[in-house]
Ligand binder design. Structure first.
Ligand code: IMP
Ligand code: MG
Length: 180
């Protein structure tokens, strides 16, 4: 399906039903592995819709997670990463001794999650697990093995379901690719 949005064509890669089904499967996998209580840390901004859906799915799967937010940035306004990850807003929560689940939209070079994971380990989390909605294979620049992955993603710049290009299209209820 291709949806005209203003003068841009966007093709749908993962529609809302597929996303919802996979999010509930992920939640069950996470609760089975991590138990009921842990701290969910979404990496903003891109993961905010995924994380909100995941949190509700975790409840349905029997989890009782807390949540706090970490804002990291590496992209600026374009579609090329600068390669340097900056903390633009830190969490408030105490990390020491806790189980942490980092949640991000996409794993590409792995740098974003690696920075977040190092930060949580430095603060003496008991364990740090990672969850991404999408993984672009073969793009890792650092060592990073994600614990819970939603879907494998083609090597294209994707948008929607929280993800943006130059701050646009986060509101789309599906994951799509800009075609023109
Ligand atoms: P990494 O640090 O290279 O793994 O990049 C991961 C970050 O880059 C994610 O948190 C995303 O926000 C962003 N990103 C990577 N690929 C895309 C894409 O195709 N669309 C939107 N954001 C992306
Ligand atoms: Mg991001």
């Amino acid at each position: 399906m291709s949806i005209p949005l203003l003068d841009t064509r966007i093709s749908v890669l993962f529609d809302a039903d597929r996303l919802a089904n996979r999010v509930s499967e992920l939640a069950s996998e996470i609760v089975a592995d991590m138990g009921r209580e842990f701290l969910v840390v979404p990496i903003l901004k891109g993961s905010f819709i995924f994380a909100a859906d995941l949190l509700r799915a975790l409840h349905m799967a029997g989890g009782e997670p807390d949540m706090d937010f970490l804002t990291l940035s590496s992209y600026g306004a374009g579609t090329q990463t600068s390669g340097k990850v900056r903390i633009s807003r830190d969490i408030d929560a105490e990390i020491i001794g806790r189980q942490v689940l980092l949640v991000d939209d996409i794993l590409e070079s792995g740098r974003t999650l690696a920075v977040a994971k190092d930060l949580m380990m430095l603060r003496q989390a008991r364990s740090v697990k990672t969850c991404v909605l999408l993984e672009k294979p073969g793009k890792l620049a650092v060592q990073m093995k994600v614990d819970f992955v939603g879907f494998e993603c083609p090597d294209k710049f994707v948008i929607g379901y929280g993800m943006d290009v130059a701050h646009a299209y986060r509101q789309l209820p599906f994951v799509g690719v800009v075609e023109s």
